[in-house]
Design a protein around this ligand. Structure first.
Ligand SMILES: [Zn+2]
Length: 470
């Protein structure tokens, strides 16, 4: 008997973790962290709804923290099976999990300083750098797209990864199996996170496989369409060129993975085409983003921009005159003293921490500064306050007047929009459809539309811990 149980991203976007029971074998698809408000994040510390020791293996769709961020916890609780993923995902997951371990440790030390004096015992971090190191030893099975593998010799079961067009190395997962007394093979398709296509940094997503018994589909943007990508690139270019004319600073808060590389590529294209002076300095001010950018160059077969022959091992799409990678804190501080127009990319993406906060403090009050927001800003974050038009904000406890121009550009999402999700589900025509990785209103809107378009498909919005027979 085959079942699937949803242990995360069920009625929410984060914490992807789906358990497949195929006869005596049990595989996990993704094991991500819950992210967002504390009520959600505290679930990272709760017990898994299964025994990690009994798992045969884990298939990882991609390296975002909400898909790989609890793998070190699995390891700590006894998991020692093989982890299957593409080569870029293996490298990206190592950096993302390690970064997470450092952040967890910093948060722990900060809480300890504040709470120990009040006599409150602080919970140990979710995992340590050592846990990440050992967990990464389990990433033993690297799979290329469209090359099926048999995880258990002699058992009628195959895994296949397909291009997802989301971030470097991201995959859709196809699991096929034949139960003992059955004549028919069954097929499960998990989209992981899937993109829109037409993006420079990742190849277009593959269309759905046919003959799907169960489709597990993400629904982040199940209720809305994106602005056109071309318009978003033009808006980015316009914001940069007008600020450079005013001899101001352009600040772009970005997440280290994917958005940074995409924006960096567009700035390099502006310099290559003459839209932007080669003399304008561009700072990539994030050690994690710098390391991830190098992975895009290493795994260029997975990167759309290398397909047309303009770029190669020696000629990177990110290369441009006056690009500076600033790794140390001293180098980062020195950026404040650089006169004239300049462009700074730094994390965190929602401006809640990281080096961007220092740049905001130094520049938000200046009229010739431009802040370009290219990612989602959650409620309560500094980024959201700025996007909502705050005239003054507090940074490191000090009031800072907001005189900078603020651009919000929404078309750079790495997730498929509503129209593309609908088209994908229609093309797949599965027997059963499980809508995951979305807020309830996005899931509900998508289900309503798909119920009309796919009258023969059973559609479910699984709840946390809910199991279904396949
Ligand atoms: Zn993702």
């Amino acid at each position: 008997m085959a079942t699937i149980t949803f242990h995360g991203a069920a009625g929410t976007v984060t914490g992807s973790c789906h358990l497949l029971k195929l006869g005596r074998y049990r595989f996990l698809m993704d094991c991500g962290q819950f992210q967002g408000p504390w009520e959600l994040e505290k679930m990272n510390y709760e017990r898994f709804g299964f025994n990690p020791k009994g798992l045969t293996g884990l298939i990882l769709s991609h390296g975002h923290l909400d898909h790989c961020g609890r793998i070190p916890v699995l390891y700590k609780q006894g998991f020692d099976g093989d982890i299957y993923c593409t080569p870029p995902t293996r490298d990206i997951a190592a950096l993302i999990m390690m970064d997470s371990a450092h952040i967890l440790k910093e948060e722990f030390l900060w809480k300890q300083r504040r709470l120990t004096r009040a006599g409150i015992k602080v919970k140990e971090p979710l995992y340590s750098v050592e846990d990440v190191f050992y967990a990464h030893q389990l990433f033993t099975r690297q799979i290329l797209y469209d090359k099926p593998v048999e995880p258990v010799p002699g058992v009628k079961l195959t895994f296949k990864l397909r291009e997802a067009g989301h971030i470097l190395g991201a995959s859709q997962v196809v699991v096929e199996f034949k139960e003992k007394k059955s004549r028919k093979w069954k097929k499960i398709l998990y989209t992981g996170d899937i993109g829109d296509g037409g993006r420079p940094m990742v190849n277009d997503p593959a269309g759905p496989e046919q003959g799907i018994d169960a489709l597990i589909m993400e629904s982040t943007y199940g209720d809305r369409d994106h602005r056109s990508y071309e318009d978003s690139v033009l808006e980015l270019e316009e914001a940069i060129t007008t600020t450079v004319k005013r001899r101001g600073t352009v600040l772009i808060p970005t997440f280290a993975l994917e958005r940074t590389q995409e924006i960096l590529y567009h700035i390099a294209e502006m310099k290559r085409s003459g839209k932007l002076s080669k003399r304008v300095p561009v700072f990539l001010n994030s050690p994690l983003a710098i390391n991830i950018t190098r992975l895009y160059e290493k795994h260029r077969d997975f990167c759309q921009v290398f397909n047309d022959g303009r770029f190669s091992r020696r000629r990177s799409p990110f290369d441009m005159p006056n690009l500076k990678f600033t790794e140390t804190v001293e180098e980062s501080k020195a950026i404040h003293n650089v006169a004239g127009p300049k462009i700074v990319l730094a994390g965190s993406g929602m401006m809640t921490g990281g080096r961007i906060k220092h740049h905001l403090k130094h520049n938000l009050w200046k009229e010739n500064t431009t802040l370009i927001v290219v990612g989602f800003q959650a409620m309560g974050t500094l980024g959201r306050k700025l996007v909502d038009g705050a005239k003054e904000v507090r940074i490191f406890g000090e009031p800072v007047a907001v005189r900078a121009r603020i651009y919000t550009i929404n078309g750079f999402s790495a997730h498929a929009d509503r129209s593309n999700l609908i088209q994908y589900a229609k093309a797949a025509r599965p027997e059963k459809l499980f809508i995951v990785h979305g807020e309830p209103h996005a899931q509900g809107a998508l289900r309503k539309t798909l119920a009309k378009l796919l009258p023969h498909t059973e559609i479910y919005l699984p709840r946390l811990g809910e199991s279904f027979r396949i």
